[in-house]
Design a protein around this ligand. Structure first.
Ligand SMILES: [Zn+2]
Length: 328
């Protein structure tokens, strides 16, 4: 039997085919890696609805949003103020904003259970000297010239009508807020849409507002007075050199007693027999009286003087005055 023999040419042919096959394999592998490489990366899972699967089992966007909101939720508790915390003594704090967005800034002195409030510039720039006076009284309290008795907490609101106070030239004689509302005719006590103006301020047209408490200023002060269970208040005006007490048709006995005490300390006229007979509607002191707050309007002597010497005495009388026990 003739043994199988591979001649030389055949060996070269086989070696060439083998080498060609290896090179072709390398070529194919290169094509595969180069063209298919992106497909070899881990794929990003996408949220897809699975036909027939219950909706609750499908991933939702809320799951991925949770970490975003977590820091805000963690920070919230530190921003909560306790209901019993008092604002820092002698430092301005805001109880709200005027129609124009100006802050209604108050100052606190003392921390006793009997809460009293003094309000300036309810009639804005037209009675700007009342704000000057309340700021001067604030400075007397800060310096210790006047001290608040232990049982009293006193709040000062020097500028209750900042729109009229700071925009004196652009508003009706600076008396109203930004839309012409007289803030001493917007309270829910004998409120009326209009009134006989013949014996009242009538140098410029002011309104009572569309309805009682239509204005942000009166809402803010009403809420402060009620929430703090205010015992008594003074609202400063000018310029009749007189005192009016809250209550209709006659002043309530408590406001009347407060007015007599303040008149005796200041010599401002009470009862205000120099009143020309203006028809008063929607007034702060009448609303306060109806809500159990002893309330008086104190009218300075003119539109320029701050009357500080008179009103240091008046403030001391206000701080020492107490409600009399009702006689049996
Ligand atoms: Zn006034």
């Amino acid at each position: 039997m003739k043994p199988f023999r591979v001649n030389r040419n055949t060996r070269f042919l086989l070696a060439g085919l083998f080498a060609g096959a290896i090179l072709f394999s390398i070529f194919l592998a290169s094509i595969y890696f180069l063209s298919g490489r992106p497909a070899l990366l881990p794929s990003v899972p996408t949220v897809q609805s699975v036909p027939g699967a219950p909706a609750a089992l499908l991933p939702t966007a809320a799951i991925t949003d949770t970490p975003v909101f977590a820091p805000a939720l963690t920070a919230t508790p530190t921003q909560i103020l306790t209901a019993t915390s008092l604002p820092p003594e002698g430092e301005a704090f805001s109880i709200g904003e005027s129609l124009e967005g100006k802050p209604l800034e108050m100052y606190r002195f003392g921390s006793g259970p009997i809460v009293r409030v003094i309000i300036g510039a309810i009639h804005g720039g037209y009675e700007s000297n009342t704000a000057t006076l309340v700021y001067l009284l604030r400075d007397d309290l800060k310096s210790g010239l006047i001290t608040v008795p232990e049982e009293i907490t006193l709040y000062l609101l020097p500028v209750f009508n900042p729109d009229g106070f700071y925009d004196y030239l652009n508003l009706p004689a600076g008396r109203s807020n930004y839309r012409g509302v007289d803030l001493n005719r917007n309270w829910d006590a004998y409120w009326a849409p209009d009134w006989d103006r013949t014996r009242c301020f009538n140098y410029a047209y002011v309104t009572a507002g569309e309805f009682p408490f239509s204005e942000p200023e009166t809402i803010a002060l009403r809420d402060f007075l009620l929430n703090n269970r205010v015992d008594a208040l003074i609202s400063y005006h000018s310029a009749m050199s007189a005192i009016f007490a809250g209550g209709r048709p006659e002043p309530d006995p408590i406001s009347d007693d407060l007015a007599r005490t303040l008149s005796a300390a200041s010599l401002y006229l009470y009862p205000p027999t120099n009143d020309p007979g203006c028809q008063y509607t929607g007034q702060l002191i009448d609303w306060a009286s109806a809500n159990g707050i002893a309330a008086v309007d104190v009218e300075l002597t003119d539109h320029q003087s701050n009357d500080i010497l008179i009103n240091r005495k008046l403030l001391e009388a206000f701080l020492t005055w107490r409600r009399k026990e009702p006689t049996p």
